[in-house]
Design a protein around this ligand. Structure first.
Ligand code: NAD
Length: 386
């Protein structure tokens, strides 16, 4: 029987609960879709607080080695990162160590949920967020540190650039290669899925040589590598243009456009920080982070994880919504080419929401609903699989 090994990291906070709830749902989807002819083989990897308490390391070598030499896919729960001090993000570290350069986050609406917008069904947008560069590269120094002071002094002496000597300093690296490989992936996806447009989201009016360059490189790539199948918005001849439209929008405008005219946007390609912000904002438009899946994809490894974090205040309460991780699992199945199992998950989740017994976050947004716990909600999804 064809079997696919899936490495999984439980995660911190609500991670162990949503992870334990999600795995049987994915197993059931595979069983139902392939009548028992395929299966997933789960293998745990340690990371985060559980890894620290068992091995003394937050990201043990064994985990890194397995991901480096054995895994092609992994399903990861959220990992907690301290704010302002303490260790750097393990989530960002994993993306950088394994060069998982494309963070892919599809956002769609599930019927029955009341949302802050009038026509949430118009939102069907896939965000491609560059995942390794930008201010997320982790190159920053505290105000008053020798490094920050030294750099400020260097800039003054070498480039006659005045920066307040008491400033904290962060660096925003954006490369042509990094920008182009992300946009290439977004365009390929849009062409394969027959989507109408890819929009380059950037703040290039202010940050001309980083965000502005991202946009220019994106258009250049579209012209050079996809010239026959793409056309930029300003060159499109008429409304019936059947080539893929390449548009660009300044980031602040993008935020209001996805609220006021969501149906005009289909695939967004953007830099790291913009992508982080717009993913949560779009998730809110269709009902919140409980239904927001994601994938971190490189050339050799893909790590699937929810957009949300570890929600520490709900840890151990069996109340979190496991759907984001389940939908991340559905993305993983699509990545493996197991489309039927992925479709089964989407349908089962639609049916479950329709029946109205949902986790607290969705119950707040639905009339006549009943609140169930994390595990029970996942069991209902598995029961509704056809
Ligand atoms: P969060 O996503 O953990 O929570 C934000 C709010 O969203 C919660 O208060 C809750 O109301 C809601 N929410 C999120 N997921 C939910 C779910 N599954 N079910 C129901 N409600 C849900 O964001 P935060 O509070 O900013 O971060 C908490 C921790 O998670 C931090 O340490 C942060 O660094 C980390 N984090 C990790 C990841 C990751 O692992 N990729 C992503 C984001 C944040």
């Amino acid at each position: 029987m064809p079997s696919q090994t899936v490495y999984y990291i439980e995660g911190d906070g609500i991670g162990p609960e949503v992870s334990a709830a999600a795995r049987p749902v994915l197993d059931e989807a595979v069983r139902v879709a392939y009548s028992g002819d395929r299966e997933l083989e789960w293998r745990e990897l340690l990371a985060g607080e559980k890894a620290y308490s068992e091995t003394g390391a937050y990201l043990p070598e064994e985990t890194l080695n397995k991901l480096r030499h054995e895994a092609d896919v992994a399903l990861k729960g959220p990992l907690t990162t301290p704010v302002g001090a303490g260790f750097r993000s393990l989530n960002v570290a994993l993306r950088q160590i394994f060069d998982l350069y494309a963070c892919i986050r599809p956002v769609r609406y599930f019927q029955g949920i009341q949302t802050p917008v009038k026509r949430p069904e118009d939102v069907d947008i896939v965000v491609f967020r560059e995942n390794t560069e930008d201010v997320y590269a982790g190159i920053e120094w505290a105000a008053g540190s020798p490094e920050a002071r030294g750099l400020i002094e260097f800039m003054r002496e070498r480039y006659q650039t005045e920066v307040d000597p008491e400033s904290a300093i962060g660096i925003k690296p954006i490369t042509e290669a990094g920008s182009k490989r992300l946009v290439r992936r977004a365009i390929r996806f849009a062409l394969q899925q027959k989507r109408p447009s890819v929009t380059l989201m950037h703040k290039g009016n202010i940050m001309k040589f980083t965000e502005g360059a991202f946009c220019s490189w994106g258009f250049e790539l579209a012209r050079e590598e996809f010239g026959d199948s793409c056309v930029s918005e300003d060159k499109a001849r008429d409304k019936d243009e059947d080539r893929l439209l390449i548009k660009d929008r300044i980031a602040d405008n993008m935020f209001q456009q996805v609220l006021t005219r969501p149906s005009e946007y289909s695939v967004l390609a953007t830099t790291n920080l913009n992508g982080d912000y717009i993913s949560d904002a779009l998730a809110a438009q269709v009902g919140g982070l409980g239904l927001a899946p994601g994938a971190n994809v490189g050339d050799d490894l893909a790590v699937f994880e929810a957009t949300h974090g570890s929600v520490p205040k709900r840890a151990g309460t069996d109340s979190a919504n496991p759907s984001s991780l389940i939908l991340s699992g559905a993305l993983m199945l699509e990545h493996l080419g197991w489309h039927e199992a992925s479709t089964a998950i989407h349908r089962a989740l639609e049916r479950t929401i329709h029946k109205g017994r949902v986790t607290y976050d969705l119950a707040r947004l639905m009339d006549n609903s009943e609140t169930v716990g994390c595990r029970e909600f996942a069991e209902l999804i598995a029961e509704n699989m056809e």
